[in-house]
Write a protein that binds this ligand. Structure first.
Ligand code: ADP
Ligand code: MG
Length: 218
């Protein structure tokens, strides 16, 4: 069963055509990496999948739901409950502890944080950052921050995990750790994983690789 179906998607910024009649589908539970030159539209495509950016025309279905038809409230709910995002820069709030940062999506979604907390603790142990939970982001390393970020993205068990250059500001050792964790956790939870990267070492670890060229995925 496909979890993502994209039909004839188009996106321009003014005169600049970024996505050009792109059609694409992805089966549930698959793990793919999207590569491509800087400026080729990888992030734009990912943000449209995640309901962060609007297209000019075309349709995007995620889990059978047409997200290109949703209003802003429904889109916010979709992003909160069905999608996990990991960005290059961690976007952890500096004035909150790591645990409070991770609990943000649960709080926004008005969920029982007790239940979520239990799951977060097990993930933190697994990712070897349980001793970071009570610390502030500035007190831990970049690799640890990205693992905290990953736990936040996974905290509500999304069916789709979207990652934009998730290892972009990590050294090669941490980059390998984070990539392997993404692959391992998504396989284990059956989460569909879409990673955008320009790093060949990251891309090599995926079985399915696609390239964004001239606004089309090949
Ligand atoms: P990539 O992630 O592959 O590097 P992007 O999707 O970020 O590429 O950008 C694709 C193109 O669209 C680039 O030329 C970029 O400058 C342009 N672009 C991206 N976002 C905007 C925006 N909000 N307004 C205008 N142009 C944009
Ligand atoms: Mg980008």
């Amino acid at each position: 069963m496909s979890v993502i179906n994209v039909e004839n998607l188009n996106k321009s910024y003014g005169k600049l055509k970024v996505i050009d009649d792109l059609s694409f589908s992805l089966e549930s539970g698959k793990q793919i990496v999207i590569m491509g030159a800087s400026g080729s539209g990888k992030s734009t495509f990912l943000y449209m999948l995640g309901g962060l950016e609007k297209c000019n025309s075309g349709k995007i279905f995620v889990g059978g739901k047409e997200i290109t038809k949703l209003n802003d409230d429904a889109l916010a709910k979709y992003r909160n409950r069905e999608i996990g995002f990991v960005f290059q820069f961690h976007f952890l709030l500096p004035t909150l502890t790591c645990l409070e940062n991770i609990l943000m999506p649960a709080r926004l979604g008005k969920l029982d944080t007790k239940v979520v907390k239990k799951y977060i603790l097990s993930l933190a142990k697994r990712l070897d950052v349980d001793d970071c939970l009570s610390k502030y982001p500035y007190q831990i390393s970049g690799g640890q921050q990205q693992r905290i970020n990953l736990i936040r993205a996974l905290s509500l068990k999304p069916k789709l995990l979207l990652c934009d250059e998730p290892t972009g500001n990590l050294d090669s050792k941490n980059s390998e750790i984070v990539t392997d964790l993404l692959l391992e956790l998504s396989r284990e939870f059956g989460t569909t994983l879409v990673v955008v990267t320009h790093d060949d070492d990251v891309a090599e670890r995926f079985n399915h690789r696609m390239h964004m060229v001239d606004g089309i995925l090949h």
